[in-house]
Design a protein around this ligand. Structure first.
Ligand code: TYM
Length: 325
């Protein structure tokens, strides 16, 4: 594979959960090896829901600590905070001028809020335009995300094409990259794992708390003897994310044979999850002791990100007639 430019963002709206990890963060880590990668903490997007300054500040810092602990390497990838790159907000305005209202009305975050009869603000409505600016500002080829972000990346592609059509080949057209088996990680109730559904298990939650949540996960009520299809069961789907091919097969066989209890699967799931994140947990504790190092990483990341975003912004400004030189 030739080297590509990778970009992705993650909101600091709460602690990261298994869905964030397997759907997105694991891809960030894998893709930083051979590519030019930019990853940011989307605090401007979070501002559409988090209205407590102290909480936003803390969540932003926690997000940086979590990503570094999980293996994001600042020597390989650029890690920064979204609001440290004001060029993106300027680029967002340029894209706003080519964003049809109908397109934004169809985007699910806004549509769902409206359907529930809640008041939506312009920030939520134009959320996908800012996200498009995030992506286009770095000439990204590939955007590693979970399935719920695919619609937003389609919007980004549309806006980039419209702008290019009007003003010439300014923007690189990106595409989404999804993780097999993990594009839509299920939560404790079998629905998509999501903070807004209250069905998350957090990556750095205490092992005892994780075990408790796992043991309480909903299961179907078919008798133990009955053979079951592993792929349609969320306990299996989660277990499969943590283990290698051999263990996955063994568990799938157990399901197909029947005669086992969900309690055993739950115990195994809690055990593999604890082991899986044990090293990252230790690294995180170490990073907490060196807080100033995290600030440095983010400051250096912002400088590198601004350099790239500034180039792209100037290119776009020239193309549409904003600079008279
Ligand atoms: P956010 O913060 O909601 O989620 C971060 C990433 O985690 C993925 N994800 C999941 N993947 C699989 N299964 C799940 N249950 C699950 N839950 C969350 C999300 O798909 C996402 O990849 N709008 C974005 C943040 C953003 C962004 C960007 C992303 C802002 N600008 C530019 C990419 C490019 C968001 O709210 O993600």
């Amino acid at each position: 594979m030739t080297s590509m430019r990778i970009l992705s963002g993650i909101q600091p709206t709460g602690r990261f959960h298994w869905g964030n990890y397997f759907g997105a963060i694991r891809q960030y880590i894998a893709l930083q090896e051979e590519n030019e990668a930019y990853y940011f903490i989307a605090n401007l997007h979070a501002l559409t829901t988090v209205r407590e300054p102290q909480r936003l500040r803390e969540a932003t810092r926690d997000a940086a600590l979590d990503l570094l602990a999980l293996g994001l390497d600042p020597q390989r990838a650029v890690l920064f905070v979204q609001s440290d790159v004001p060029e993106v907000s300027e680029l967002c305005w340029l894209l706003m001028t080519v964003a049809p209202l109908g397109l934004l009305e169809r985007c699910h975050a806004f549509k769902e809020k409206k359907a529930r009869g809640l008041m939506a603000d312009a920030g939520l409505f134009t959320y996908p335009v800012l996200m498009a600016a995030d992506i286009l500002a770095y000439d990204a080829d590939l955007v590693p995300v979970g399935e719920d972000q695919v619609q937003h990346i389609e919007v980004c592609r549309d806006l980039a094409r419209s702008f290019n059509h009007l003003f010439g080949e300014v923007f690189t057209i990106p595409r989404a990259q999804l993780m097999e088996r993990a594009a839509k990680v299920p939560g404790t109730d079998g629905e998509k794992m999501s903070k807004s559904y209250g069905n998350t298990i957090e990556i750095f939650e205490e092992p005892a708390a994780v075990r408790k949540k796992v043991m309480r996960m909903t299961t179907d009520s078919r008798p133990m003897e009955e053979p079951k299809d592993p792929e349609s069961d969320h306990l299996y789907q989660l277990y499969a994310l943590f283990v290698g091919e051999g263990e996955r097969q063994a568990m799938a066989d157990l399901y197909r044979r029947g005669g086992f209890g969900y309690g055993d699967v739950k115990k195994q799931l809690a055990a593999v999850a604890e082991q899986f994140f044990a090293e990252a947990r230790q690294r995180r504790a170490e990073l907490v002791r060196h807080g100033e190092r995290v600030d440095e990483i983010l400051a250096q990341g912002a400088v590198r990100a601004r350099r790239k975003a500034g180039d792209v912004l100037r290119r776009a400004q020239r193309a549409c007639g904003l600079s008279i030189a």
